[in-house]
Design a protein around this ligand. Structure first.
Ligand SMILES: O=C(O)CCC(=O)C(=O)O
Ligand SMILES: [Fe+2]
Length: 362
């Protein structure tokens, strides 16, 4: 079948073509069928990248624990730790969260405008420590899951994974159940979950519906991985990337990175409403997984907003747009924006857009 840019399918044709180019369609089928998949090291990146990630993850762990590399094993003897907020600790993590194969499959699940929620280093030593059966679905007030996943993960394996190595394990097919496990189910699956066997440098990918856990580590040495979690852009991220991204970080990375940092999102707003102008400055449309060109000054972090002041000029535009045109909602199904009465001028157009965006945001 010829995959065309069908407007009704939005960014899916572009993403699909790139996943095909990356030879990941079988991984896509595995994700759909079983709720998880493993990308082999050669599709993740070259050996130099693997070396850099291993060195960075080890350095971060040693710095945080105040120990030498050779002491790390004693620090984590019979224990594990999730080291938080690691993105800015080494620039190789910025590269890792943009890994085309992983980001492509993750975008399949949480959209081509998904944002970064977590970047962690996970260290685990020999012993009984393990993670119990859970799904990463974090809307605990909604134990029944939405049809679409809201979050998706990669685990980049810094060390080899097997059952004996205390690796990750899945309940294949559980993504279709769309609910969190009960205590009894967690107990059953803890020793019946399917362990992933994969070499260091692989990436395991899954969505937040799939039940998973890990096995105790029965072998010497450390189990290490880097975890990336991505959310849909309307969500509160777990780590403060939007709040800490700098213009330098945005400039040295491709445009997709700015979108991962969610620095152009229109919410939250104050008395003057959504910042429509800034939203129109945001990178638009599908951003290729293969884009590596530094964004330079094409993107920037937002200036501090004055939430408490009502901007009369913006208010005038908003009033004009709401009064002179029919207030319509965006058209979700065609390429063209919803039909509306032609606004008198560009200002009114921006204000009209703002009305639409505010309506959509609700
Ligand atoms: O490796 C583990 O112990 C669990 C990892 C996990 O639950 C996750 O990355 O979401
Ligand atoms: Fe998890």
């Amino acid at each position: 079948m010829q995959i065309q840019d069908w407007p009704s399918a939005k960014t899916t044709p572009a993403l699909y073509r790139e996943l095909k180019q990356l030879d990941l369609l079988e991984n896509l089928a595995e994700l759909e069928a079983f709720g998880f998949t493993v990308i082999p090291p050669e599709k993740v990146g070259p050996p130099a990248l693997h070396r850099q990630v291993r060195e960075a993850a080890t350095r971060v762990a040693c710095e945080r624990k105040g120990c030498a590399t050779k002491e790390l094993q004693d620090v984590y003897a019979d224990g594990q730790e999730l080291l938080r907020f690691c993105l800015w600790d080494d620039q190789v993590f910025e590269k890792l969260v943009l890994t085309p194969a992983a980001l492509g499959l993750i975008q399949w699940m949480v959209g081509t405008d998904c944002i970064l929620s977590l970047c962690n280093v996970w260290v685990k030593g020999r012993g009984p420590s393990r993670t119990s059966v859970h799904a990463d679905w974090a809307q605990f007030e909604m134990p029944t899951m939405a049809v679409e996943v809201f979050g998706a993960n990669f685990n980049y394996l810094v060390t080899d994974y097997s059952k004996a190595d205390g690796g990750l394990a899945f309940v294949p097919g559980s993504h279709r159940w769309r609910r969190l496990p009960s205590v009894e189910e967690s107990e059953y699956w803890l020793d019946n979950a399917h362990p992933v066997e994969a070499p260091a440098g692989s990436m395991i990918i899954w969505g937040d519906h799939t039940w998973h856990c890990s096995y105790p580590k029965d072998t010497d040495g450390l189990r290490m991985m880097v975890l990336g979690m991505y959310n849909r852009p309307h969500m509160q991220t777990q780590e403060a990337y939007r709040q800490t991204a700098t213009n330098e970080a945005l400039a040295r990375n491709p445009l997709r990175f700015a979108r991962l940092m969610n620095v152009y999102h229109g919410m939250p707003w104050g008395k003057s409403g959504v910042h429509a102008e800034r939203m129109t400055e945001a990178p638009q449309g599908y951003l290729s997984l293969f884009d590596t060109e530094p964004a330079g000054d094409k993107v920037s972090v937002p200036a501090d907003l004055d939430y408490h002041t009502y901007d009369r000029e913006r208010g005038r535009m908003m009033q004009a747009a709401m009064s002179e045109t029919t207030l319509r909602f965006p058209d979700h199904y065609k390429s063209k924006p919803a039909q509306r009465k032609a606004p008198a001028n560009a200002d009114a157009d921006a204000a009209n857009q703002e009305v639409n965006d505010s309506a959509a945001a609700r």
